[in-house]
Write a protein that binds this ligand. Structure first.
Ligand SMILES: NC(=O)c1ccc[n+]([C@@H]2O[C@H](COP(=O)([O-])OP(=O)(O)OC[C@H]3O[C@@H](n4cnc5c(N)ncnc54)[C@H](OP(=O)(O)O)[C@@H]3O)[C@@H](O)[C@H]2O)c1
Length: 199
């Protein structure tokens, strides 16, 4: 919803009908606000085939089987917002042996895929609250400077969101573990949708 006023957004799902439903709902919500909106819905595979930039917005535990079932990532930009974590007595960072979800995804995708991590620390409810002005910062990690510049621009295209180059993909573990921290702060201080800003 935050990207569709200024980008052609393709929503992917394991079930194409579900993606069409989500796309229709997004279109209705955004146009009701008087904003332009370009959005469509397809199967995950068709969404990949139709897109230049793919945001891998799926839970960590499903990343490996999902990537194994899809193809065509060569030369595409892939953004990982994935945070490996579990809810125990409190939220815990549970990275894979590679050290982070981003580095696991690096291993699973073809070497030609241009991978960055971004959006890890923004609560979904913040994206959804469309009448709320955002005041958030998004760290972006990646190994290829040209790819990272494109992803930084994409993040900055969302009003109220600042994007910061956080370094190479290896830094992603430090970003991914911020989310369980934010959730613990929210829980133990009775706060909602805690985010980060860098000043
Ligand atoms: N939620 C947040 O506030 C937040 C904030 C920052 C980062 N993140 C990260 O963003 C990612 C997505 O989070 P989310 O809260 O959006 O997750 P979610 O709502 O639980 O799942 C997102 C989508 O993943 C797909 N999915 C579910 N089970 C699957 C399976 N078995 N195999 C393949 N795909 C499956 C589903 O799409 P279909 O059923 O349509 O295929 C679902 O709509 C996570 O890695 C999370 O760590 C989330």
């Amino acid at each position: 919803m935050r990207l569709s006023p200024s980008h052609n957004v393709v929503i992917g799902s394991r079930e194409a009908d579900k993606a069409v439903e989500a796309s229709d709902a997004c279109y209705a919500t955004i146009t009701k606000l008087g904003l332009p909106c370009s959005v469509s819905g397809f199967s995950n595979q068709e969404a990949i085939d139709r897109s230049d930039i793919i945001i891998l917005a799926i839970p960590f535990r499903h990343v490996e089987p999902t990537l194994a079932s899809l193809h065509g990532f060569e030369n595409k930009i892939v953004i990982s917002p994935v945070n490996p974590m579990e809810k125990r007595d409190f939220f815990v960072f549970t990275p894979p042996p590679e050290g982070s979800a981003a580095l696991l995804i690096r291993r699973l995708l073809p070497p030609e895929t241009r991978l960055c991590s971004a959006f890890n620390t923004v609560a979904a409810n913040k994206w959804k609250a469309l009448t709320e002005t955002l005041d958030l910062a998004v760290p972006v990690c990646g190994d290829d400077p040209r790819t990272k510049a494109i992803v930084l621009d994409l993040v900055r295209s969302i009003p109220g969101v600042k994007a910061y180059d956080a370094g190479p993909l290896a830094v992603s573990s430090m970003v991914e573990c911020l989310t369980p921290l934010l959730l613990n702060i929210a829980r133990f201080n009775k706060m909602k949708d805690v985010g980060v800003q860098f000043k």
